[in-house]
Design a protein around this ligand. Structure first.
Ligand SMILES: *Cc1c(COP(=O)(O)O)cnc(C)c1O
Length: 355
């Protein structure tokens, strides 16, 4: 009997979600965001399974991992600082760097090795990465004549696309298009939220992440409402089961007290596996087809679940922490975070597999 948590990645669901992206943005190329190890799903497994046009990662290291695994599509590095060594490696491996500030532009302009495709990121208002909009034109002109750049694209990132009514997105789109003007080159703006809600931001290349993994980037729509299918199923075995009398506490701090005689299943997953410690009592866990409430604090190695309403649950049965019938978004909301973080925080103790 397995003692530990297991995550299964449903490649058919990944494929379904990519088709959703293509339906929504039919004329754009799709660069799938697989940074942070494919949002915790395994970047190599995800990139191998996904028929995307390219991939977006954070760093050169993340890109090289995909190349080593035989991924041949274009890869762009979103937040990799650039210098001569990085650019030589990027060129050798057909990786597309992003110049996101004056230092990056300088490094790219100085680079004189085999020419590479590169991107200029423009800060259209998020004020994180990107060259200032009023300097973008001059910097773009500099890169357009640089010997080491054969193809220059333009990208920006939206701060508030998760709220379609937020006027910031319109301001950012105007800022970006004014800054780029009529220059030749690909444009890329949209994350998942903008793929779903802003056709005017789709441009040449979209960069969806979270929607490919089947979670909703929008505050007021569930993944199911958006036609997305959850990709990861996280399960763990029941390792103990017992009755706790009404009035008795359960778990650390003795903060949870059974209101009735309660059947408790102890499930072998905790914050040591990445299950969120802030998930409060009442957070749902699927046991034997029933939604059963967490009862008591999350421990490092286990959680305690009220299975009084799942009478057949036995030691060795498998509980689902999130999966097709229990969206990770729901657990994230209960724990005061977002599904992105739940996925990224799974620890190496979780055993991964694919279906
Ligand atoms: C992570 C990231 C994306 C993808 O965002 P999602 O919200 O997961 O779709 C797109 N663009 C940039 C620059 C990113 O950092």
């Amino acid at each position: 009997m397995s003692a530990r948590a297991r995550a299964v990645v449903d490649t058919a669901a990944l494929d379904h979600n990519l088709r959703r992206v293509r339906e929504l943005a039919p004329t754009s190329r799709v660069f799938a965001a697989v940074k942070a190890d494919g949002y915790g799903h395994g970047s190599v497994a995800v990139a191998t399974a996904l028929a995307a046009d390219g991939f977006a990662v954070a760093s050169l290291d993340e890109a090289l991992r995909l190349r080593l695994a035989g991924i041949t599509e274009p890869i762009i590095t979103l937040s990799q600082p650039l210098d001569a060594a990085v650019l030589a490696e990027a060129s050798a491996q057909n990786i597309q760097p992003v110049a996101y500030g004056p230092c990056q532009v300088e490094a790219l302009a100085q680079y004189s090795g085999t020419p590479l495709a590169a991107w200029l990121k423009i800060d259209s208002g998020m004020h994180r990465l990107g060259v200032a909009a009023d300097e973008a034109g001059a910097l773009a002109d500099r890169l357009a004549t640089a010997p080491g750049v054969e193809d220059l694209g333009f990208l920006t990132h939206l701060a508030c696309a998760d709220d379609p009514g937020d006027p910031m997105s319109d301001r950012q789109l105007t800022c970006f298009s004014d800054a780029v003007g009529q220059r030749a080159g690909q444009r890329s703006i949209a994350n998942s939220a903008a793929v779903l809600t802003r056709p005017s931001a789709h441009a040449d290349v979209v960069r969806p992440g979270i929607m490919l993994y089947g979670s909703s980037p929008l505050n007021d729509h569930s993944a199911a409402e958006l036609g997305l299918r959850g990709v990861m199923q996280l399960t763990a075995p029941i390792i103990n089961r017992h009755r706790v009398a009404a009035g008795e506490p359960i778990g650390y701090g003795a903060q949870f007290v059974a209101e009735r005689d309660t059947e408790i299943a102890v499930v072998g997953i905790g914050y040591g596996d990445g299950y969120p410690r802030h998930a409060p009592s009442g957070t749902p866990v699927m046991v034997g087809g029933h939604r059963c409430p967490l009862a008591g604090r999350v421990s490092m190695d286990m959680i305690t679940v009220d299975v009084t309403d799942a009478p057949t649950a036995e030691i060795g049965d498998v509980a689902t922490l999130w999966g097709p019938d229990l969206p990770a978004d729901e657990i994230a909301t209960a724990a005061g975070t977002i599904a992105y973080e739940l996925f990224c925080r799974l620890t190496p103790r979780v055993e991964f597999g694919a279906i």
